[in-house]
Design a protein around this ligand. Structure first.
Ligand SMILES: O=C(O)c1ccccc1NCC(=O)[C@H](O)[C@H](O)COP(=O)(O)O
Length: 220
């Protein structure tokens, strides 16, 4: 079996969430930030109450939002992970760390080599890093990849900090084999598991078989 962590993000309806629940994903994400995938905490909390996530962990995605809002949403929905997907700085992350006992993930929007080393400043404050692509004021969910030749550098730095490195942006059934070649710790997908803006079970199954087969090749 592959040990690559899998997160399915941007679950926008009860049906999306139920489809993700039936998948082999480790993490299920809700976007609580400005986005076409934004969900309201009351709806997400009702869905979770009706369909408890079992062993899967719930992730809330936020972009430059107040800590109080993150904590309220985390408590209401029962989030295991707060994912800061904006321009949150070290001081903000330190304050969040002192208020939230669960996992905290921080995005790095890859621009250039400096982006790789910007991760070091968050040492001790975050439990995983997500590397993603930002386009204009679209902080995530763009369906577009950053320059993957930088992945080995991100993996090296995150390993030295003792945290997993999760790759996001433009991952789908046509690109995932190329990504798995780099052996990331985790993969985060939103657009690539959708058809007509709704989560697609068939695409998830295809991606999961590729992740599983890749794991087999690595260990045999
Ligand atoms: O998904 C969004 O709409 C979104 C909007 C604003 C900030 C973050 C967002 N998504 C965060 C994620 O974790 C996505 O899975 C990640 O950006 C990858 O997206 P995609 O390229 O669509 O697979």
């Amino acid at each position: 079996m592959s040990n690559t962590l899998l997160k399915y993000c941007g679950n926008k309806t009860l049906l999306d969430y139920q489809i993700s629940l039936q998948s082999n994903a480790d993490y299920i994400g809700f976007v609580f930030a400005a986005s076409k995938r934004r969900v309201c905490p009351v709806n997400a909390s009702n869905w979770v109450e009706m369909n408890p996530p079992g062993k899967k962990k719930l992730v809330g995605v936020f972009v430059n939002q107040p800590i109080e809002e993150m904590i309220d949403t985390a408590q209401r929905v029962g989030l295991d992970v707060i994912q800061c997907h904006g321009d949150e700085n070290v001081d903000f992350m330190r304050r969040l760390r002192s208020r939230f006992t669960g996992e905290i993930w921080k995005v790095i929007h890859h621009k250039n080599e400096d982006s790789v080393y910007s991760l070091v400043a968050f040492q001790g404050l975050i439990t995983a890093v997500i590397v993603d692509k930002k386009i204009g004021n679209q902080y995530g969910g763009t369906g577009t990849s950053f320059d993957w030749s930088y992945i080995p550098a991100y993996l090296k730095v995150s390993k030295s900090l003792g945290i997993p490195c999760i790759i996001a942006g433009g991952v789908n059934d046509e690109t995932i084999n190329e990504l798995l070649f780099f052996q990331p710790d985790g993969v985060d997908i939103s657009t690539g598991i959708e058809s007509n803006f709704r989560k697609d079970k068939r695409k998830m199954t295809l991606i999961e078989s590729m992740v599983k087969n890749h794991g087999k090749q690595r260990t045999s």
